[in-house]
Ligand binder design. Structure first.
Ligand SMILES: Cc1ncc(COP(=O)(O)O)c(C=O)c1O
Ligand SMILES: [Zn+2]
Length: 399
C-alpha cells in the first residue's frame, strides 16, 4: 500500500499522517506519490467506485459498508453546446450529498477507521461540511465542523441534519484553515480539509471514470477552482493514467474562478510564480471564492506545464450558463458549477477536440432569493386556471 507523500514542487517525500501534509519547504500540499496501475487490476463488478479502483488507492482495504454509493456518476453529451458529440458533462452533482466532495469524504472515512481515529472534521462554507458529516455518520465517527460566520441557513441545515458538532467561527478563514490542523492534532480529530491528500485520491477517480466512459481521454477538462483540491485530484488521475499507459497525454485543464475572487487566474494572467492573497469582492459564487487558496502556487506550476488555462467568470456569466444548462439541457447545477460552461463559451473559438465540463454541485445547494430565474411563474385558484392558461400558455412554450 502506498503510504508516501510527495511534494509535486520540490520532490520532498514523507509518510502520510492526518493533519500534517504541507511541504515545509514550499508550504504547498503534498500528494500521495503518483503510481501506475496495471490495467487488469481494475475490478469490473463492484458496487462502489472505491472498490473498483482500490488497486490505485492508498488504503489497506475498502470497507463497502461505509459507501453511500458515491462515484460512477453519469457522463452525458450536451446537446446545445459545441459540435454534436464533442462536449460532455460529468454529473458530479449526482453524488449522494449532491457534490463531488463525496468522492473525497468516502476515502477519508476509510482511512480514519483504518488508523483508528475517532473523529473527522472540516473547515467549510457549504458542500464539504454536509459531505463530511454524512460520511462520518455512515462510518460511525464523530464529526466536528468549523463553518464561517454568515454561512447560509441552507448550508447549515444540510450539515446539521447529520448531527455533527457544528461551530460557526468568526475571523479570518485562512487562519481558521491553518488553525484546524493544530486543533486536529491535539484533539485527535482528522481535519480533512479541501486539499487533503486523501480527498485528492477520491477526486482522481473521476478522471479514471471519464477515460473509461469516453473510451479515451478528452482533450480539455473544465473545472471550477477555489482551494484547488479538485483540480489537483483530477490532474493526478490523468497523470496516473498516462503513467499506466492508458492515455497518451494529460488533457488540457481549464480552471475557472469567480471574477471578484480569482487569485489564481489573476496570477496566471500576470505570469507570476506565486499567488498573492487578495481582498475579495462580492460574488454569489461563495464556494469558488477562496482569497488565499492553499494549493495556488502548485496549480500555477502545473498549469504552466500542462498549457492549461485559468480564467475568471463574472456572476452574470455564471447565471446565464446556469440558465442555459437548465432550459436547454435539463440540468440544475450551482452557479459555481455552471461557471465551466461560461468558460467554454469564452474559449471555444480557439479549441477543437473533445471537452468534458465537470458539473460539481447540484443547484438546490445554492438557491438565492429572489431566484434569478423564477419566470413563467403564476398563482391561481382552480376555477381561474382555464382563463390563465389561455393567456399565458402560448408565451411559455417559447424558451
Ligand atoms: C460546487 C463546488 N464547485 C467547486 C468547488 C471548488 O473546489 P476546490 O476547493 O477543491 O477547488 C467547490 C468547493 O467547495 C464547490 O462546492
Ligand atoms: Zn516542496
Amino acid at each position: 500500500m502506498n503510504n508516501t507523500l510527495q511534494c509535486p514542487l520540490c520532490g520532498r517525500e514523507d509518510f502520510f499522517r492526518p493533519n500534517d501534509f504541507f511541504c515545509p519547504a514550499c508550504q504547498q500540499p503534498m500528494w500521495f506519490k503518483p503510481c501506475s496501475v496495471p490495467p487488469q487490476e481494475f475490478k469490473e463488478r463492484t458496487s462502489s467506485s472505491l472498490e473498483k479502483f482500490s488497486a490505485c488507492l492508498p488504503l489497506r482495504t475498502v470497507r463497502p459498508e461505509f459507501s453511500l454509493g458515491e462515484g460512477q456518476t453519469p457522463l452525458i453529451p450536451l446537446n446545445s453546446v459545441g459540435a454534436p458529440g464533442k462536449v460532455w458533462a460529468k454529473l458530479e452533482s449526482a453524488n449522494p450529498s449532491l457534490s463531488f466532495k463525496d468522492r473525497g469524504s468516502a476515502v477519508v472515512v476509510q482511512k480514519a477507521v483504518e488508523l483508528g481515529w475517532p473523529a473527522i472534521g472540516t473547515v467549510s462554507t457549504g458542500n464539504m461540511a454536509s459531505s463530511t458529516a454524512a460520511y462520518a455518520a455512515r462510518a460511525g465517527l464523530s464529526c466536528l465542523l468549523l463553518v464561517k460566520k454568515g454561512t447560509s441557513p441552507g448550508a447549515l441545515v444540510s450539515a446539521a441534519v447529520f448531527r455533527p458538532l457544528l461551530i460557526e467561527v468568526e475571523g479570518d478563514y485562512g487562519q481558521l484553515f491553518r488553525k484546524s490542523y493544530e486543533l486536529g492534532r491535539s484533539l485527535k480529530v482528522y481535519f480533512a480539509n479541501s486539499v487533503d491528500p486523501l480527498r485528492l485520491e477520491g477526486y482522481k477517480l473521476a478522471a479514471l471514470e471519464i477515460r473509461e466512459q469516453l473510451g479515451q481521454a478528452p482533450d480539455y477538462v473544465y473545472v471550477p477552482v477555489s482551494s484547488g483540491g479538485h483540480f489537483l485530484g483530477l490532474y493526478k488521475g490523468f497523470m496516473e493514467l498516462k503513467m499506466s499507459g492508458y492515455i497518451d497525454k494529460i488533457p488540457v485543464m481549464v480552471g475557472v474562478q469567480a471574477a471578484s475572487c480569482a487569485p489564481i487566474a489573476r496570477a496566471f494572467e500576470q505570469g507570476l510564480e506565486k499567488v498573492i492573497k487578495i481582498n475579495p469582492g462580492e460574488t454569489l459564487a461563495h464556494s469558488i471564492a477562496n482569497p488565499d487558496p492553499p494549493a495556488g502556487d502548485l496549480i500555477l506550476k502545473l498549469a504552466r506545464e500542462n498549457q492549461a488555462h485559468l480564467l475568471a467568470i463574472s456572476d452574470q456569466e455564471m447565471l446565464a450558463a446556469q440558465s442555459q444548462l437548465a432550459r436547454q439541457e435539463g440540468l440544475f447545477v450551482q452557479p459555481e458549477s455552471a461557471a465551466v460552461l461560461a468558460a467554454f463559451h469564452q474559449l471555444q473559438t480557439n479549441f477543437s477536440g473533445l471537452s468534458v465540463l465537470i458539473l460539481t454541485g447540484q443547484g438546490l445547494k445554492a438557491v438565492y432569493q429572489p431566484s434569478p430565474d423564477l419566470r413563467n411563474f403564476y398563482q391561481a385558484r382552480v376555477e381561474e386556471l382555464p382563463a390563465l392558461l389561455n393567456t399565458v400558455l402560448p408565451q411559455t412554450t417559447e424558451k
